[in-house]
Design a protein around this ligand. Structure first.
Ligand SMILES: [Mg+2]
Length: 268
């Protein structure tokens, strides 16, 4: 089905491989985001990275001359987890986090009780200070009946200094020793994009999901029923996506081309 460009009111943008490679912007971000603003399209962000706060992302955007980014535009699994836990559990639910300080701070600020042990929920994410003990503590709580969640299962992370292990590695370790598969909050599951729709009163046909990875970004968009655009500035190539059944609606060299095609589609 062709995208109905006139309907698009928001983007759901992945970051690494789409907007930047670590510290390097992909294209003239200031110009690209001015074009997005000119179309009156919201630049919402859907990232599986829960190690940075929304404010830290806004600062990074500002460093590239993009001043239109707002903390409320950013949907990470931290935000997705908070909205899902609020919906599913009583207010005094106890959460144990294996993850970053930023993730912990976000949940604490959202009003959740974080505990070192005896939790109702174990939430696993990228933890750059992972230890054997941390895995053992998570394992014990899950075996004692805590529900197991993961921010994402990304196998790798493209960081400032190259390819690194992603959050999925930590999740897999806990899954292996507990024998329990987690409920995943990040892409390709639909929780983040649904949280964005809910927050901005959008329907799935009004959001264009843009990403560089098929099995998270594009599949996440498809799972939510949104039109999708794959950019070839990150991990995928035309050859690497040939194995997937459903093609993205658009395949573009980079974000700049995706935005130009959206613009051309809107004025057509
Ligand atoms: Mg990416």
């Amino acid at each position: 089905m062709a995208i109905q460009f006139s309907k698009i009111k928001a983007l759901f943008l992945d970051l690494d491989g789409v907007v930047w490679h670590g510290a390097d912007p992909i294209g003239d971000l200031s110009a690209i985001f001015r074009k997005i603003a000119k179309m009156d399209v919201l630049p919402l962000i859907g990232t599986n990275n829960a190690t940075k706060t929304p404010e830290a992302y806004c600062e990074k955007f500002a460093g590239f001359g993009v001043n239109s980014m707002k903390p409320e535009y950013i949907f990470s699994p931290a935000i997705g987890a908070a909205s899902l836990f609020r919906e599913k559990y009583p207010a005094d639910v106890k959460i144990h986090v294996v993850g970053s300080d930023a993730l912990r701070a976000y949940l604490r600020n959202a009003g959740f009780a974080l505990v070192p042990d005896g939790a109702d929920i174990v939430l696993a994410s990228l933890d750059r200070e992972l230890t054997y003990d941390k895995i053992a503590v998570a394992q014990r709580q899950i075996l004692n009946g805590a529900e197991f969640y993961a921010t994402n299962r990304d196998p790798i992370l493209l960081s400032e200094d190259g390819i690194k292990p992603g959050g999925g590695v930590i999740v897999n370790a806990i899954e292996t020793c507990s024998g329990i598969a987690p409920t995943v909050i990040g892409k390709p599951e639909p929780y983040l994009i649904r949280a964005a729709m809910h927050a901005f009163g959008l329907t799935n046909g009004e959001i264009l999901a843009i990403g560089d990875r098929y099995d998270t970004d594009i599949l996440g968009g498809l799972n939510a029923g949104c039109p999708t655009a794959l950019v070839l500035s990150g991990v995928e190539t035309r050859e690497s996506i040939a194995k997937f059944d459903r093609e993205p609606d658009l395949i573009c060299a980079d974000l700049n081309e995706a935005i130009d095609r959206l613009y051309a589609g809107k004025i057509a």
